[in-house]
Design a protein around this ligand. Structure first.
Ligand code: NAD
Length: 255
């Protein structure tokens, strides 16, 4: 199979790139020639992703950034502007699952934290991404939602609400940005084998079997299967796609 190089010299930002889906996507963009800016609040995680990219002769700028803190996000974008002067593509992927509890037991602090990372963090990043992309009248943004943006998940109210919010934010932003040439889409992965799911299944011993039973393909996605979709949504084969949601769930939502 010949390797495509669809993103040569394109500047790409990936948040939550220190682990799981974000790391796989950063590596995939770098393999296709992009200059990848990898941001995560976990410094060791982004350093490891950067090391993997550099080992494969790719280009990476590792940045520690907390997407819930507007000043941290602004610093990230100041660096992008000073290093590259532009941003071509962004994948807003940083996210947390939060505790699994019924609403009656959930704390206000955990509600605020999940909404702040998964929804406000996307909003803060999009404000800066759109400012830069608008200058060049081009660009793409992919937001990471979840099948929890389309279905209710008992015990996961904050996560479910945050991911429904990401889909609404994506649609509204896509309508605004279409007139200046920026495309904005969302992804809804089903169950993906990453540290997030490993934490969840460790805390809930029966969870893996029930997640697989709910997935018609009876397996988890690999992070690479999600990365391929992010690259497609960001690249030259999807130029009429905006405001849409791509579901990658092994059939979960077809039921
Ligand atoms: P993960 O825990 O492996 O990676 C998430 C990354 O986000 C971590 O590196 C973490 O440090 C980073 N992060 C968390 N809070 C942050 C913050 N405030 N600022 C910056 N970085 C922060 O999880 P993953 O499974 O790779 O999840 C990636 C995205 O995919 C999330 O938005 C998640 O909700 C979504 N998702 C995951 C699954 C799944 O089954 N794994 C399914 C659907 C959607």
């Amino acid at each position: 199979m010949t390797m495509e190089r669809r993103f040569i010299n394109r500047v790409v930002l990936i948040t939550g790139a220190g682990s799981g889906i974000g790391r796989a996507t950063a590596l995939a963009f770098a393999r296709e020639g992009a200059q990848v800016v990898i941001a995560d609040r976990n410094e060791l995680g982004v350093q490891e992703t950067a090391a993997q990219i550099l080992k494969n002769q790719g280009s990476a700028l590792a940045m520690t950034c907390d997407v819930t803190a507007p000043e941290s996000v602004q610093k990230l974008f100041q660096k992008i502007e000073s290093e590259f002067g532009a941003l071509d593509h962004a994948f807003n992927n940083a996210g947390i699952e939060g505790p699994s509890t019924e609403i009656t037991e959930a704390t206000i602090a955990s509600w605020n934290e999940v909404l702040s990372v998964n929804l406000s963090g996307v909003f803060f990043c999009m404000k800066e991404e759109l400012r830069l992309m608008r200058l060049k009248s081009q660009g793409t943004i992919v937001n990471c939602a979840s099948i929890a943006g389309l279905r209710g998940f008992s015990g996961m109210a904050a996560y479910t609400a945050s991911k429904h919010g990401v889909l609404g934010l994506t649609k509204a932003a896509a309508l605004e940005a279409a007139r200046y040439g920026v495309r904005i889409t969302a992804l809804c992965p089903g169950v993906v084998k990453t540290p997030m799911i490993e934490r969840y299944t460790k805390d809930h011993p029966d969870a893996e079997a029930s997640l697989l039973a709910e997935t018609p393909m009876n397996r988890m996605a690999s992070p690479d299967e999600i990365a391929h979709a992010v690259l497609w949504l960001s690249g030259p084969e999807s130029t009429f796609v905006t405001g849409s949601t791509l579901v990658i769930d092994g059939g979960w939502c077809a039921k």
